[in-house]
Design a protein around this ligand. Sequence first.
Ligand SMILES: NC(=O)c1ccc[n+]([C@@H]2O[C@H](COP(=O)([O-])OP(=O)(O)OC[C@H]3O[C@@H](n4cnc5c(N)ncnc54)[C@H](OP(=O)(O)O)[C@@H]3O)[C@@H](O)[C@H]2O)c1
Length: 297
Amino acid sequence: MQITLTGASGFIGQRLIARLLDRGHTLHLLGRRRPNNLRAGVQFSAWDATSGTTPPVDNAEAIIHLAGEPVAQRWTSAVKQRIRTSRVDGTEALLRAVAQLSVKPQAIIAASAIGYYGDRGEELLPETASPGAGFLPEICVAWEGASLQAQRLGLRTVLLRIGIVLGPDGGALAKMITPFRLGAGGKIGNGRQWMSWVHADDAVGLIIHALETPTLQGPLNVTAPNPVRNADFTHALGRALHRPTLIPVPEFGLKLIFGEMATMLTSSQRVDCAVARHSGYRFQFPELEGALSNLFA
Ligand SMILES: NC(=O)c1ccc[n+]([C@@H]2O[C@H](COP(=O)([O-])OP(=O)(O)OC[C@H]3O[C@@H](n4cnc5c(N)ncnc54)[C@H](OP(=O)(O)O)[C@@H]3O)[C@@H](O)[C@H]2O)c1
């Protein structure tokens, strides 16, 4: 299949490129910078999702749309603006380009995040759960709303509500790992908040599952079947690294360092990957212990 991919240089996108090429797909990447190590036969076009310009999407049989300003940084008003514009305006521009095509792609597989659900305590959150309140849920609702315009254009539309992706070379784990390696890792607050994680290989596996399952559409929780509480995650990570995890991190300390973004680290999301389970996806890493031992082997 001829696939147009945004966000290809990112943590998920880089892994996805290799898997898509292995499966015989051909790729057209859209991004701000031409990658140095572009594989033979992969096409690249420059596009900044915040520029208001429409990208070249001709010949695409499917689009995988991952681009977005990183969220794990202090949310100044300028950063908030970029988080929103790169996702909402960028998706609108992408779909304006699709609308102009006489032959349209069959599908768009578009990123969103479990941030959609907000801070939900013990509640189990399948794809049918309502959105939460706050900055991230508002962004995700607007982002998904923009992506859903693709349905009007006749594209099968899958919304990837991506959880905390665990990989060896970036993402959330890379940010957490230094204090743990120094023996200063610890649970956040009382540690009871749920963390809905997914191994990077399953995150990529679920994106390919969404692409290659013609009956799948609508929201898809990209999370493992066994979310854990923050305290259990902390102990499992400490065990995987052979380090103690005795020093709890107070919530007010995180708020001092990260401001409003600290809500991402303290909120509880017990996500149920109902659509993945019912559509026959087989997880490589359903349990956290297995995922971490694979990542630190
Ligand atoms: N990783 C996770 O745990 C996680 C969890 C939930 C949701 N997600 C979502 O999934 C998507 C991919 O995640 P990721 O971890 O791979 O993200 P990432 O490593 O931060 O990469 C972001 C990608 O978006 C591109 N991008 C950013 N701003 C852009 C702009 N203005 N115009 C064009 N491209 C732009 C970046 O390209 P440049 O090379 O130009 O910077 C990069 O390829 C993101 O939308 C993210 O919010 C990820």
